[in-house]
Write a protein that binds this ligand. Structure first.
Ligand SMILES: O=C(O)c1ccc(O)c(O)c1
Ligand SMILES: [Mg+2]
Length: 633
């Protein structure tokens, strides 16, 4: 499979775009003409520079408003095309994209358009060039790939073919199965883009909201299956117009693009086994079984204070690492490690972010395969020296410098707690916390797509609908990802400003990612009592909240009083009910959450988030730092 991406998809100047695209592993680029024009460089030298980077110029585009014009506009359009043919030859590419005309004077008529394309094909053939015709979703007369195909068919010239673009087909709701009727050798090029389902003007939607396959809501895999079935074997190219990406980091966007293409084509062959996809075989998405451990980087009095907080949460300091400065805290199936090593990844994370989560361990069915898949998707393996007798737990770099470990039973990795740790205390009875319900990671809003793509291409996890969370100082978007059985749940929270609770956490921690850890209990009232007996201080919730709760739901007075006494927030929907309470913020805005799910409730108490955030902000110090529970973290 030959991978390609349009230069318009990436931010930066022309050279920065090319460097990022080459580094991400693409085979080729579509030169978007504007990017070339803005660049100050001789076309021959540009072509050579691109090839020296190991990239092929797969397409030159777009050539606009060509077909169906009356004279003298028609002759002018051909003259314009000849000039662009000159440029293509200098650059060293043989294919140009003609997008369907939006010219107000274009006349329409399938045969007129076909005749124009045939003549253009003849002129292109003289120079060894080819022309591909694409239906823009908002084209004046041609806005459907089926019409574009009829025109190409009637043009009947070896050097004229069709160019398919998933956005134009899927955004108009055209059945991609109709592509199976087109002969593969007449498809000259394929462009891919996804987009979120938003009801808006097609042109505006296309120019501002396209995103990488898998990041939006269009059936790009269905489109690609149909393309693949025709026998098309040319480049598969991303063409993404997106406002956020234009301002993003070129290397991140390029890597995301590569990851999305590989995952998409792997999905294509998994969902239609008869299709052949020329892509190295790779393991399927990892099956997540839960969070195996959370590791905090912390030192000195901050580490002591974190230990104290874990103690009030009912955790036992159960074991220490045999040779490293690592303590293991357990309760139920939850494992929290505090890493106070003076060197290595954790120490760097501490220097950078202060007390923060530096490592997440995910329990999967097969750890080696998870890392193998990550490698195919372009992730960076994470390697640290391992002492003799210690286990080498496979890991990759997550987003933002974080580290993700994979642990499984089959290879003995889940035995690490017995092999590398020495018990220091018998496990206490705890406070009824059983497992990690979810992890909440905070990031800038414009990084959210990248994070969700990272997780959903690597692990079998689905996105739920994005929700808006109202912070008194701005909006935070929240996107939940969860494995089919709920064993692994991660919420991604995107902050738009630094004044929100999430935004100030990012600023204060220099972009640490895990902001809160939600721990599950089967009996929230008993857990609340047990924690309070240990000196745990819950986040105080306003009386007004409980008055409103009584109005919204049928809750018996006695239960309402218990909820209020323990500062427990409540939500319910058709599927079940949800209870949650919070620790006070610590270490620059991190916090723990205790939750109980009943019935099939799958949400996160979204309606309660504004009241939780307001309560947290009431505890913030005047200079903007969150108040801690009176300890040193
Ligand atoms: O938005 C546009 O004009 C435009 C141009 C070229 C393309 O290939 C395309 O899909 C859209
Ligand atoms: Mg296109």
């Amino acid at each position: 499979m030959k991978t390609s991406i349009a230069t318009v998809s990436i931010s930066g100047n022309f050279t920065e775009k090319l460097e990022a695209i080459a580094a991400a592993g693409f085979d080729g680029i579509e030169i978007f003409e504007q990017d070339f024009i803005a660049h100050d460089g001789d076309p021959r030298e540009v072509g050579e520079m691109i090839r020296a980077m190991g990239l092929e110029i797969t397409l030159f585009q777009p050539f606009r408003d060509f077909e169906g014009l009356p004279e003298p506009l028609r002759s002018k359009a051909f003259d314009r095309a000849e000039r662009k043919f000159d440029l293509m030859q200098e650059l060293g590419t043989d294919l140009v994209l003609i997008c369907s005309s939006c010219h107000p004077q274009a006349l329409g008529g399938v045969d007129r358009a076909a005749a124009d394309l045939r003549e253009l094909g003849a002129r292109a053939a003289k120079r060894g060039l080819r022309v591909g015709y694409e239906a823009l979703a908002w084209g004046q007369h041609v806005n459907d790939h089926r019409d574009a195909w009829e025109i190409v068919r009637r043009a009947d010239h070896d050097n004229v073919g069709i160019i398919l673009d998933s956005f134009h087909t899927l955004a108009r709701g055209i059945d991609p199965e109709t592509i199976r009727r087109i002969p593969g050798d007449k498809i000259f090029f394929v462009q891919l883009a996804d987009a979120p389902a938003i009801d808006m003007d097609l042109l505006y939607w296309s120019r501002h909201f396209r995103n990488m396959p898998g990041e939006g809501d269009l059936d790009v895999a269905g489109f690609m299956r149909a393309v693949n079935a025709t026998g098309y074997a040319g480049p598969i190219s991303l063409e993404i117009f997106n406002d956020q990406f234009r301002g993003g980091r070129p290397t991140t966007i390029a890597k995301d693009g590569y990851r999305s293409l590989v995952a998409l084509m792997d999905d294509v062959r998994r969902t239609e086994a008869a299709l052949s996809v020329n892509l190295a075989t790779m393991p399927a998405r990892a099956k997540a079984e839960g969070v195996a451990f959370i590791e905090f980087a912390s030192k000195g009095s901050e580490a002591d204070a974190l230990g104290k907080l874990l103690d009030t949460l009912g955790f036992t300091h159960a074991a220490n690492h045999v040779s490293k400065n690592l303590s293991l805290w357990t309760q139920g199936d939850i494992r929290i490690v505090i890493n106070s090593e003076a060197t290595g990844h954790s120490s760097s994370a501490y220097t950078m972010h202060g007390t923060s989560v530096c490592d997440i361990g995910i329990a999967v069915d097969n750890a080696a395969q998870a890392v193998e898949r990550a490698r195919h998707l372009g992730a960076e393996p994470f390697v640290q020296p391992v002492d003799p007798g210690q286990l080498n737990i496979p890991a990759i770099r997550g987003q933002s410098g974080s580290v993700l470990h994979f642990i499984d039973e089959r290879s003995g990795l889940s035995d690490v707690w017995n092999v590398e740790f020495k018990a220091v205390a018998a496990t206490r009875s705890g406070a009824g916390l059983t497992r990690i319900d979810h992890l909440a990671q905070t990031m800038s809003y414009d990084e959210m797509l990248s994070w969700s793509l990272f997780y959903t291409t690597l692990i079998d996890m689905r996105k739920s609908v994005m929700v808006d969370v109202i912070d008194p100082d701005g909006l935070v978007r929240s996107q939940a990802l969860e494995s089919p059985d709920g064993a692994l749940r991660i919420t991604l929270n995107g902050a738009e400003t630094h004044r929100t609770m999430a935004g100030s956490f990012l600023a204060d921690s220099f972009h640490a990612s895990v902001q809160h850890i939600a721990l599950a209990t089967d009996d929230i009232f008993a857990t609340a009592d047990a924690l309070s007996a240990r000196g745990f201080q819950a986040l105080p919730i306003s009386r007004n909240y409980y008055a409103d709760l009584a109005a919204r739901f049928e809750i018996a007075q006695e239960r309402l009083e218990r909820l209020q006494a323990a500062n427990i927030l409540y939500d319910e929907d058709d599927t079940g009910a949800f209870f949650q309470f919070y620790s006070r913020p610590f270490a620059g805005g991190m916090f723990f959450e205790i939750v109980q799910r009943s019935g099939d409730y799958r949400g996160y108490g979204g309606p309660n988030a504004p009241f939780r955030i307001a309560a947290q902000k009431r505890l913030m110090r005047p200079k903007g730092m969150p108040k801690t529970s009176g300890d040193a973290i």
